[in-house]
Ligand binder design. Sequence first.
Ligand code: F6R
Length: 242
Amino acid sequence: MNILTFDSSEQLNEAGANIISGLVQTNPRAVLGLATGGTPVGIYSHLVGDYRRGLVSFRQVTTFNLDEYVGLPASHPESYSSYMQRHLFGHLDIPADRTYIPDGNAPDLEAECRRYEQLIDTAGQLDLQLLGLGHNGHIGFNEPSHALLRGTHVVTLAEETRKANARFFPTLQDVPQQAITMGVGTILQAKMIVLVVRGADKADIVHRALTGPIATECPASLLQTHPHLVVLLDKAAGSRLA
Ligand code: F6R
């Protein structure tokens, strides 16, 4: 594992964007796994800058998002579909039919999970998976548990996850109870994983995930088993690492 700690959030954003742009420059048909939430916003805005400066084109890239809320209309401003349009897809040359996000409004959610997994399989291995980290150690929406599921599945969000995400909604009651998420097995199959974490409030969980025992109670700890893991931290998030 390669851990990089940055003095400023701007440097971290640039480093994250450089990894993604560099990959797409060398492999224009790259398959990217993408995350949402507060963490990647600055990286996405840097990527948009790279695209606008003509440094990279996303015309042949395929993307798969990690997760989507269940029951939130795709047009809702906090759906991950809206988020991706707002922060990334709406500003790039990527064709809409190459950007995949689970459909949290599918009439049959189990069938939707199987369909999504099949789409990832058909696209081939993810070349890169971008991840944020939950305060409880979740990656995607794989919440701490005595057992983790390998493939895409429906998950009931942990209360602490709903509370953390309540900042994006009018009230806690408005935060959906469930989501569709890629499973840890799907995430770990990516050729390269880029885990990005910011903030002092995540210093403890960064320490536990990267140096603690590998256990399903801290899903991110399974990343220790990945042969090509890059961790991008701001100073605060890395403060508990030696
Ligand atoms: C988002 C996702 C989540 C977030 C995590 C951190 O697609 O899968 O695992 O990465 O909840 O969220 P933020 O970045 O808002 O702190």
